[in-house]
Design a protein around this ligand. Structure first.
Ligand SMILES: C[S@@+](CC[C@H](N)C(=O)[O-])C[C@H]1O[C@@H](n2cnc3c(N)ncnc32)[C@H](O)[C@@H]1O
Length: 279
């Protein structure tokens, strides 16, 4: 059963790894290959950062350059998946940045859920499912009966297939307290399985934030630690589309290090920490 966490990736950079210059011809060649091999459109990613990461990844695997990496990834499914993981960066955890979840709970989830209306929340870039399950646990703690629908989407179908299993190894459960484990999970041989009620709150779907249409409406959209390497233009477009997918007064929840430089230009106002509200 595929419940084991993937082995830690080797460090992408060491003090001995020189930062490679961006070679635009080689970059474009790699971007074309990545599109056909992995289905990722790099045209909306920051080239210098992607180039640095790709070369660091190649060098950590003893490969001389991006061309060789792409060639090997064509033949080797394991390397291909690792390459995809590196480009999409699927690192995540339950209750990531707990103080932000506490603020989300007291400022937004409680008032919404105690209103007892069905609510819809989108976890965009959900990785292995830690984020949608975090939301599901919080919602059930606040209001056990209020209907909550969580849409959990990610670009990476392999990651989604694992998320759908709702199974987490012991070392993936670090953020979940013993009380929450007892209440929301079942101990199984491979680790911990989220209970059927939590699972029933979540709809999993493959979705590319850069290419696919956005559903609506949502009371809350979480898009945390997903767009770090997107170009500024791609981010602005994405925030504007998120705004259109939110109900009036709905909340966009970003990662701890993320912010929107000019939120009013996309129809949002800052609402504390990394929250933005649709005006
Ligand atoms: C670092 S994880 C973030 C997981 C979670 N939101 C969190 O904050 O812990 C980034 C996720 O975004 C996904 N992702 C990257 N590019 C994407 C895109 N264009 N559309 C949808 N998901 C994307 C990756 O596959 C990865 O699972």
């Amino acid at each position: 059963m595929d419940t084991q966490p993937r082995p830690e990736r080797p460090p992408i950079f060491t003090s001995f790894t020189p930062t490679p210059e961006l070679d635009t011809v080689a970059y474009d060649r790699m971007a074309r290959e990545v599109r056909s091999l992995l289905g990722i459109d790099l045209s909306q990613y920051k080239p210098a950062q992607v180039w640095r990461r790709v070369n660091g990844f190649a060098s950590a695997r003893g490969l001389p350059d991006a061309d060789t990496l792409v060639k090997k990834a064509r033949e080797d499914a394991g390397l291909r998946q690792a390459f995809l993981d590196m480009l999409t960066i699927n690192v995540s955890e339950f209750f990531r940045n707990p103080e932000a979840w506490e603020a989300m709970t007291s400022q937004y989830l409680k008032p919404l859920l105690l209103g007892r209306l069905p609510i819809r929340i989108w976890s965009a870039g959900c990785s292995l499912g830690y984020e949608p399950f975090t939301i599901a646990m919080l919602c059930r703690e606040i209001a056990p009966q209020t209907p909550v629908h969580i849409l959990a989407t990610d670009l990476d179908e392999t990651i989604l297939a694992r998320a759908r299993k709702a199974l987490y190894a012991e070392n993936q459960m670090a953020g979940v307290s013993p009380a929450r484990r007892a209440h929301f999970f079942r101990k199984v041989d491979a680790g911990w399985e989220a209970n059927s009620e939590l699972q029933s709150m979540i709809t999993w779907r493959r979705h590319d934030l850069l290419r696919d249409p956005y559903e609506k409406p949502f009371e809350i959209i979480c898009c945390r630690n997903v767009v770090i390497y997107f170009t500024e233009a791609a981010k602005t477009d994405l925030y504007s589309r998120f705004c259109e997918s939110l109900r009036p007064n709905g909340i966009l929840f970003l990662g701890a290090t993320e912010s929107i430089p000019n939120p009013r230009s996309v129809g949002l106002t800052p609402a504390g920490l990394t929250f933005y509200q649709r005006r």
